[in-house]
Design a protein around this ligand. Structure first.
Ligand code: USQ
Length: 389
């Protein structure tokens, strides 16, 4: 790719930091933005990552020592319009990669205050990005992290963002109907609607990456020096299913499918997330185009996932147990699930499959840090419907 100015929003996060290193290593001029609110939320809900993470400033220094490459940093809140406007005027990005959102469904369901924090942070942050693009960089390409959870689990095939509907003899191309499962997932639906409007009316270019559940701890860049690793959560709030199940197996506590475990989701390796974002950047959306890619590589039910972790653990001499726990969420536990995901493979995505990484880059790595596992933060605490309701 020709050298570009790449602005990464949420550059201190699980995906933001590896993305910053990935683009920097390829020779792009990279700047990261973060206000470290995620670290504060983690402290508030007692959810530390498995391996402690150096500060963003330290990681940028380690990166410079390891590769000679510089990453610029802006510290501030995306929900403050003037701050966002200043970054766009100063850095003038060609590509904006937006991960700067509260990413947890359980966090968004902890109570009204957390719901508001999630939606204000996510929706207003994205609106401010839209305003700044319109004003300062109208030709730039926004790559926005959406989620497969925007669609929910409808009883029809899930298309890539758009669907052609015939109604009473007339036809139109509409955004695919959404039925999300939490206030977090809803915040991304609101973002998608706002972004589609901004493309249609102001001619912006946006790729919305509706990503499945990401797993994994390592990328090529995190391995280049000590201290470059990314945050890996296994708690009930910020930890996602597969990452949690691997830690549960290593800790010797039961693996916890919620309810029947027939919930199906799309999954992908963190390494593939980086490649998908790169492919989107290499093939930008057209002016005025709101483009949606469904970003995952494999579909599993939660029960299958638990079985896979159990059997990979057995290969390493660990006898993991599976215990179905009462589902804290309101979601379908048996359902039809057939999401389309053609666009990214068509652009050249070659998936890294779960079976190839489960033992070596996940379980083996977690075993190295087994002493750091805090068993107190594993069981689910947040109910979608409280017992008194
Ligand atoms: N689940 C279990 N047991 C657990 C944890 C989760 O059965 O111990 C189940 C949940 O009930 C759910 C499924 O696993 O049915 C996925 O839950 P998750 O916590 O792994 O993922 P989710 O809440 O959907 O959110 C995560 C990320 C979010 C991203 C989303 C993609 O936190 O940022 O948008 O995955 S997707 O799931 O495709 O919407």
């Amino acid at each position: 790719m020709v050298k570009k100015k790449v602005l990464i929003l949420g550059g201190d996060g699980y995906l933001g930091w590896p993305t910053a290193m990935y683009f920097s290593r390829k020779g792009h001029d990279v700047a990261v933005v973060d206000n470290f609110i995620k670290r504060q939320w983690e402290a508030e809900v007692e959810a530390e990552p498995l391996i402690p993470i150096p500060s963003l400033q330290q990681r940028i220094r380690i990166w410079k020592q390891a590769t000679g490459k510089k990453i610029r940093m802006y510290v501030g809140n995306l929900a403050h319009e003037r701050f966002v406007a200043r970054i766009f005027r100063d850095f003038k990005p060609d590509v904006i990669i937006h991960y700067g959102e509260q990413p947890s469904a359980p966090f968004s369901m902890m109570g009204n205050e957390r719901t508001n924090e999630t939606q204000i942070n996510n929706v207003v942050g994205t609106l401010n990005v839209i305003y700044s693009m319109k004003r300062s960089t109208p030709e730039a390409h926004l790559i926005k992290l959406g989620t497969m959870g925007e669609y929910g689990t409808p009883n029809i095939d899930i298309e890539e963002g758009w669907i052609t509907i015939t109604h009473k003899g007339r036809k139109d191309r509409m955004l695919f109907p959404k039925k999300p499962g939490s206030f977090y997932h809803l915040s991304k639906v609101h973002d998608s609607n706002n972004l589609e409007f901004a493309c249609r009316v102001w001619g912006l270019r946006v790729t919305d990456l509706n990503q499945g559940v990401v797993y994994g701890m390592e990328t090529e860049e995190t391995k280049l020096a000590d201290g470059l690793h990314t945050s890996f959560h296994y708690d009930d709030i910020f930890g996602t299913a597969l990452n949690r199940f691997c830690v549960q197996a290593v800790a010797g506590v039961p693996i916890t499918p919620y309810g029947k475990g027939g919930q199906k989701r799309g999954f992908l390796n963190i390494v593939d997330t980086l490649r998908c974002v790169e492919l989107a950047a290499l093939h930008p959306a057209k002016k005025g185009e709101f483009r949606v890619f469904n970003q995952f590589t494999e579909v599993f039910s939660i029960r299958e996932l638990a079985e896979k972790v159990k059997s990979a653990a057995a290969d390493m001499g660990i006898r993991a147990k599976i215990r179905h726990v009462r589902n804290p969420r309101t979601e379908l536990e048996q359902h039809y699930y057939n999401p389309v995901h053609r666009a990214l493979p068509k652009l050249g995505l070659k998936p890294h499959l779960l079976s190839d990484v489960l033992v070596e880059s996940m379980l083996a790595k977690i075993i190295e840090h087994k002493d750091l596992i805090n068993e107190e933060i594993i069981m689910p605490r947040v109910l979608w419907v409280s017992k008194t309701e």
